[in-house]
Write a protein that binds this ligand. Structure first.
Ligand SMILES: NC(=O)c1ccc[n+]([C@@H]2O[C@H](COP(=O)([O-])OP(=O)(O)OC[C@H]3O[C@@H](n4cnc5c(N)ncnc54)[C@H](O)[C@@H]3O)[C@@H](O)[C@H]2O)c1
Length: 470
């Protein structure tokens, strides 16, 4: 049975969730207070780069999916209200819950018959209690609503498929009634019927169909999200620390990852050495989880170390660039990748952008290319760097090529053309997209993470000009 749903916040999570709920057959009102975003959405534009999102918006816009800035009215018209507004970090590192609070306050006036208010945003444990308190304080009858938690595990770049084909659905509910409502919302997925429809989004590899639903208390659900993100960030920092040891002893971290990751208890995913994690989630969620633990009386120092290794990883990469190029003032560098990871246009807390800022401070000139994130990067960097229309244009006449985001396109470059474009055939790869031996055979001096540098004919870095001895 279709359910009337309001999704508050039409960002990466809210927009994807709203479009997917509509695809499941529900009636969805997407709410935002950003008028420009609403106008663009109504006009048929798609404000974020996500595979399958344009199709879903086209399919449901104006029918099962409508847009509004009237939160109270949207709440009044809906049985379930998903809150998917931002929860950015404060200066102290804990989550800024003022957007969540303001939504809770505004919803109160629309709570006139039983509704479930669901935290979709990533929030610290205890937030559901606060949301309940705020709604009560603003005059709602305690019998007319429940607050539940339904954390979102989608990854930007594969958000639609992650939403519709999740490893699991977690619903945290403190009443049987709210659990029943949320089960109904996800029923087309959990009973498998959605996946039998001819127009359903294609199934990715490794999909668990139907996905299991895990019902917990709201507090446990809130903790599941923070603990999951902290664990994944820890995995990344762990392998980056191992990569540093590999560099010291001359081992190859990719070989180590193969050996470690094939242990089914550990798993291969999220063991990708590189320039550290970024994005709008891991940095803020690790910080927030650290802060919540401290508030609750537990000193979660493991998380300090996860953050320290992550920061250190960028500094190590900078040192690598110095090692390859000696001085940076006046050097012209080609940068491939500005997004915080491949497949998205999101540049929030992007390690690539942090590195670009550091290189600019050191006096380098940068020409960058990213398949999706240049428009957003331009808003932040303005004219501080040049933007190219292809990796080859970026590489033209550069002293070295830096790979900072793991876009698939960057793993399949025409290396001949890149070598011809570069002033010196030096590639510094922060994402380990290439095989060092192959790069040397192609005439490059090649640096990566956790692996020895490779040089054509064993000649050390910088002594070649366009493949010939200088
Ligand atoms: N981005 C991800 O990959 C991801 C994944 C899982 C969970 N999350 C969590 O989901 C939440 C949202 O993240 P996001 O990346 O979608 O954020 P976002 O910044 O892309 O979107 C938030 C949206 O909320 C809107 N908004 C803010 N206050 C509002 C209000 N009072 N009324 C109506 N709209 C309002 C903003 O205009 C914006 O469009 C965060 O808590 C985040 O940690 C994000």
């Amino acid at each position: 049975m279709p359910i009337r749903i309001a999704v508050v916040g039409s960002g990466y999570v809210g927009l994807v969730a709203g479009a997917c709920f509509a695809d499941l057959g529900h009636e969805v009102i997407l709410v935002d207070n950003d008028q420009k975003k609403l106008a663009a959405l109504r006009d048929g534009q798609v404000p974020i780069h996500e595979k399958f999102l344009p199709e879903l918006l086209n399919r449901h816009r104006g029918q099962r999916l409508t847009f509004s800035d009237d939160l109270k009215e949207a709440a009044r018209l809906s049985s379930v209200i998903f809150v998917a507004v931002g929860t950015p970090p404060t200066e102290r590192g804990d989550a800024d819950l003022s957007y969540v609070e303001s939504v809770a306050r505004e919803i109160s006036g629309g709570v006139d018959q039983y509704k479930v208010i669901v935290e979709k945003s990533t929030v610290p444990v205890y937030t559901s209690e606060w949301v309940r308190r705020i709604i009560l304080r603003n005059g709602a009858d305690p019998e007319t609503f429940d607050v539940a938690s339904n954390p979102e595990f989608l990854r930007e770049g594969t958000a639609v498929t992650d939403f519709l084909f999740p490893d699991r659905i977690v619903i945290g509910c403190d009443s049987a009634r709210s659990a029943e409502v949320l089960r109904e919302v996800y029923a087309p997925m959990t009973d498998g019927s959605y996946y039998l429809r001819p127009e359903s989004i294609p199934q990715p590899d490794r999909a668990v169909i139907p996905p299991p639903i895990i019902v917990t208390s709201t507090k446990s659900a809130e903790l599941i999200k923070h603990a999951s993100n902290a664990f994944l960030a820890m995995k990344i920092s762990f392998i980056n620390a191992v990569a540093s040891v590999c560099e010291s002893v001359g081992a190859d971290v990719n070989q180590v990852v193969n050996g470690v990751g094939t242990d089914s208890r550990i798993g291969r995913r999220f063991l990708n050495p590189g320039i550290g994690y970024g994005g709008s989630c891991f940095p803020k969620d690790v910080l927030a989880f650290r802060a919540v633990a401290r508030e609750c009386g537990y000193d979660f120092r493991l998380l300090d170390e996860v953050m320290r290794i992550n920061e250190d990883q960028r500094q190590r990469f900078l040192r690598k660039i110095h090692h390859a190029l000696w001085t940076l003032r006046g050097k012209k560098l080609a940068v491939l990748g500005l997004a915080f990871k491949g497949g998205t246009d999101d540049i929030r807390e992007s390690p690539a952008l942090h590195l670009v800022e550091s290189l600019l401070q050191e006096g380098s000139a940068i020409t960058a290319y990213d398949p999706a994130a240049m428009e957003r990067a331009r808003e932040v960097l303005g004219s501080k760097i040049e933007f190219a229309s292809s990796p080859y244009e970026a590489a033209h006449d550069a002293d070295a090529l830096l790979i900072l985001t793991e876009w698939e396109e960057f793993a399949n470059l025409d290396l001949n053309q890149i070598r011809k474009e570069l002033r010196y055939p030096i590639v510094i790869d922060g994402r380990n997209l290439y095989d060092p031996e192959l790069m040397a055979a192609q005439g490059f001096t090649y640096y990566s993470v956790g692996r020895a540098a490779s040089h054509p004919d064993g000649v050390p870095s910088g002594l070649l000009r366009n493949g010939k001895k200088a």
